[in-house]
Ligand binder design. Sequence first.
Ligand SMILES: Cc1cc2nc3c(=O)[nH]c(=O)nc-3n(C[C@H](O)[C@H](O)[C@H](O)COP(=O)(O)OP(=O)(O)OC[C@H]3O[C@@H](n4cnc5c(N)ncnc54)[C@H](O)[C@@H]3O)c2cc1C
Ligand code: SF4
Length: 549
Amino acid sequence: MAEMTREAMEYDVVIVGAGPAGLSAAIRLKQLDADLTVVVLEKGSEVGAHILSGAVLDPVGLNALLPDWKDRGAPITVPVRDDKFFMLGAGGAVRIPNFVMPPLMSNHGNYIVSMGNVCRWMAEQAEALGVEIFPGMSCSELVYDADGAVKGVVAGEFGRNPDGTPGDAYEPGMELHGKYVFLGEGVRGSLTKEVMAKYDLSAGKDPQKFGLGMKEIWEIDPEKHREGSVTHTMGWPLGKNAGGGSFIYHLDNNQVYVGFVVHLNYRNPYLSPYMEFQRFKHHPMVADLLKGGKRVAYGARAISEGGWQSMPKAVAPGVAILGCGVGLVNVPRIKGNHNAMLSGIAVADAAHAAIVAGRSSDELTIYDDALRTGPIAHDLKRVRNVKPLWSRYGLIGGLGLGGFDMWTNTLGFSLFGTVKHGKSDAEATGKASAFKPINYPKPDGKLSFDRLTNVAFSFTNHAENQPPHLKLKDASVPVAINLPQYAGPSARYCPAGVYEFVHEDGKPPRFVINFQNCVHCKTCDIKDPSENIVWAVPQGGDGPNYPNM
Ligand SMILES: Cc1cc2nc3c(=O)[nH]c(=O)nc-3n(C[C@H](O)[C@H](O)[C@H](O)COP(=O)(O)OP(=O)(O)OC[C@H]3O[C@@H](n4cnc5c(N)ncnc54)[C@H](O)[C@@H]3O)c2cc1C
Ligand code: SF4
């Protein structure tokens, strides 16, 4: 093949990902200096198409970025009016009184939002300031300078054949170079992973931990709708099988967000996070709410859960990692959007100061320091033991101890120090021989749905004539190792039914990857027990097309 030449464009700052982190950084840079050249590249077909969050938004980040967001018409109009926690059993529910919850768990002053719509609005604010935003542009490679510093990304490569060779309509894409490159890819970003490995940014840190979050949007009977109501549950149906819980947020227009998070450190490889979610909706409390309503959208996304002790170093020469790439979620609050925004502001401040001083392509250490000493650190440090205590002592013991620790941290001390997370989620997966298969009830098509029916409501699309973006390091592992030893867990942990083991009479089992259905949640890149699956970006514009997720 002839040597590939790509056009290059020069910017002050190149930002990968139009999530709350990337867009906050872009806005802040232009607020600081309107003459800076800033570009944001987004793999979704439009800004917001790949955004999936709960979401109850703590506006602290937005208040710092655009204090007049109300006057600017931000789609943030549903204040939280009531906030309830329940412990579920199979047939009943016990409410946990709000007064036993540490104050940091309160949602008073927060808003129920579609983060997809918030990002669409933030993109408008950024463009009005002169930021260039290109949706439908997957960033597939990092570009390094002669000294090994990151100097840019390759974006917008299209038209490779399934075998990787350039097709007739092949477009090599462009190189976008910056004095600094910000990676705002969110949880388990593919370029972020490369940077973390190249510069060993997780050295000395606990492994990052994750959950899988699945979400449906329902339109329900107006009689049952209570705008501004927030409910969280724990317990049934997960019980001892896994950590996790649900959220039910009533936004406006008779819509309700129904979501379920399963911690990905579960051991039983027969567990299906997706089917746990479907089963959850049959709990009498939830079924009563949803009966007569209809599900209008579905999606899934991993959520980072490692918190304080898992935060990698966030900078390397020429590059900085933002938001959920660093894992800035406060797990008991299930909130990361505010910290994503605050990280965007902090990195923009650091890059601006560096550029003013005539620097480029070095480490923005001021940004890394700000993450570890500023408001994000304050938010994450006091909840650092909740997740590892839950993993160690189970739901009741762990939450009791975690709640106690959050209270003492509110007073400024912890009796536990910093509890370690231990194994990665992939390593936590147990051998099938130690567990029994779980028989999940068949979806009824009214409250619960099979995966492929639900995936149709994520409006996902991938051009078929491109190389599969889900790559196996070793093609023999799924059938030779994962099937006999772990009962083929990818067929269950993927919330979009992408992976299948096909058994045909007289033939050895076959592993099939239906990459067209992938909703970009990243769970396979995290949970595969052999760590054999690598998620890479597909062509720009492919993937889910979420509405107001
Ligand atoms: C189920 C669930 C519920 C949650 N609930 C809440 C909540 O109620 N409140 C709250 O505050 N937080 C919540 N969170 C966490 C919150 O959503 C995250 O903390 C937040 O999205 C992180 O923002 P980010 O900008 O880092 O990444 P993201 O929001 O993930 O944005 C990353 C963007 O980068 C794009 N991108 C990624 N890679 C590339 C690439 N290589 N090239 C081009 N574009 C790329 C993606 O398409 C995406 O648009 C929840 C998360 C989940 C999964
Ligand atoms: S293939 Fe992987 S990233 Fe895609 S939906 Fe399934 S688990 Fe998620």
